[in-house]
Design a protein around this ligand. Sequence first.
Ligand code: GLY
Length: 317
Amino acid sequence: MNYGTIATWRMAHDGIVAAMEQLKSGASAGDALETTVKSVEDYPYYKSVGFGGLPNAKGILEMDAAFMDGDTFQIGAVAGIVDIKNPISVARKLSHEKFNSFLIGDGATQYAIEHGFEEKEMLTDRAKKIWQNRLDDMKKHNLSPYDGHDTVGVVTLDTHGSMTAGTSSSGLFMKRPGRVGDSPLSGSGFYVDSEVGGAAATGLGEDLMKGILSYEIVRKMKEGLSPQEACDQTVYSFHDTLTKRYGKAGAFSLVAMNNTGEWGVATNVEFTFSVGNDKEESAIFIANMGENHTTVIEPITQEWLDAYEKRIKAPIE
Ligand code: GLY
């Protein structure tokens, strides 16, 4: 039987490796996806998801997450949830609710507490220091406050033919309190149909929302395009259209997998991702926009990985 999973950014790789082991033993796409996302949410050195994520302009870490079941189209999502260890698990639980399946702010946090999800102070000292440094720099140099929006977005196919998609993000660094990006929005941050495939996004939420790119990729796969063709045609034509009509396109990157485990990605910035399926062991790749609406995909180098490790763990003065 086919199985596989794909996720945005190098940070998802350990979770993808663990999820692949689960999928090989027959685990559900929902459980495997939750494994991947939780491993990113739990790791303190990833600055854009879960524990260790960077806070908003007021120094509060507000997190967004979503979960979608491609068999039933059930969706659960949270936005602006605070001090809950694993927003993805709350989103998954919400996907079973007939009503009230997308909760924001205090309502999302209260739901999580009432349903026994683990509470945790999610803002680390390291993240607080980065936030304080950025405030000081902004005062001194008149810098743009916004930086970093590396959402973890995952698509998973299990041996039973079921598919899921999910996202988790602390959103834009220094965002206004209450700002929500694409990650919890169906069609923009994620979409999945087990009879076709799924897609998930990372990048500037304000621009991703303008194109509903995850849904568009799934729609194109339904028309018969491979995941790579669907990603290339969707992402680069939208990049061009947005540049022409809005003047610029923010950074965005999409991953996709179809219901036989074939995968594709497209991106308008340098972008890493992790993927595995029943034919290929999980591995990290680096992608860049190529010529004529194509994507150049290469295996990651050890040199790149070493530099990344050093960068994310560098001491903060
Ligand atoms: N893509 C995450 C965000 O913009 O919040």
